[in-house]
Design a protein around this ligand. Structure first.
Ligand code: NDP
Length: 240
């Protein structure tokens, strides 16, 4: 039977490319989203991938949503914690609200996504966890203390999960994308985007599919001994 994969924030941007790549590799895929019903409906029309709406920042919603996915599609073997947001501001102007929203979505959201599926993975003796971190979690970034803290935290999460899950056939790894051409980056003012591109040795933004291929590899049987690792995919911008 095909393995089942859950991709949070899987209806747009990088997550949509991941959902499509996993479907193409033969997995049964569930993609979640937060509130953009129109984009999710269009995504399902085009791909045939079922979408589910819940807020990853809310544990009870996540738990209930995951139970629904498992009732519809079977036990979740693969979880890709991809949903994420930015609320950028220089530290001296950052509000507690901006800090909290990013921590709740990007960091606690990973706990809320992985924790409900973890016991089933342990029982079945198989699991793949991939968390989408960021180059800015590796190197820090002006106006992103909140975001960088969550993305650095993701690396701590997978390195710890790797040690807890290895004996149970579970791997946990992170992908750190550089700047990728999605709505998140296109929302940055053009002048700033041009400056960013100037710092990327490849001379261009990455494509969502280039991140999706990293994820597809990490969840495959070929990656069975890779655990607690980070794949950096950033066009040569930063080495780690
Ligand atoms: P997008 O903004 O294009 O898409 C974000 C997705 O996450 C959407 O599906 C959105 O749902 C969903 N989402 C956001 N908040 C929540 C929430 N609270 N609960 C559930 N779903 C939520 O983002 P990207 O594709 O650009 O980014 C995807 C991941 O990759 C993020 O974790 C981001 O930090 C990371 N990343 C992105 C980079 C980039 O350059 N783009 C670089 C490095 C890392 P909805 O459609 O309903 O809004």
């Amino acid at each position: 039977m095909a393995r089942t994969a859950l991709v949070t924030g899987g209806s747009r941007g990088i997550g949509a490319a991941i959902s499509k790549a996993l479907k193409a590799d033969g997995y049964t895929v569930a993609a979640t989203y937060a509130g953009n019903d129109e984009a999710a409906a269009k995504f399902t029309d085009v791909t045939g991938i079922k979408t589910y709406k819940w807020n990853v920042a809310d544990y009870d919603e996540s738990k209930a949503g995951i139970a629904q996915v498992e009732a519809d599609l079977g036990p979740i073997d693969i979880v890709v914690a991809n949903a994420g947001i930015t609320r950028d501001a220089p530290f001296h102007k950052m509000t507690p609200q901006q800090w909290k929203e990013v921590i709740d979505t990007n960091l606690t959201g990973v706990f809320n996504t992985v924790h409900p599926v973890w016991p089933g993975m342990r029982e079945r003796g198989f699991g793949r966890v991939v968390v989408i971190s960021s180059v800015n979690g590796q190197k820090g970034q002006f106006a992103q203390t909140n975001y960088a803290a969550t993305k650095a935290g993701d690396l701590g999460i997978v390195r710890s999960l790797a040690q807890e899950g290895a004996a149970k056939g579970i791997t946990a790894n992170a992908v750190c994308p550089g700047y990728i051409a999605t709505e998140m980056v296109m929302a940055v003012p053009e002048k700033v985007r041009e400056a960013i591109i100037g710092m990327i040795p490849a001379g261009r933004l990455g494509e969502p599919e280039e991140i999706a291929r990293c994820v597809a590899f990490l969840v495959s049987d070929d990656a069975s001994f890779i655990n607690g690792s980070t794949i950096s995919a950033n066009g040569g911008q930063f080495f780690s």
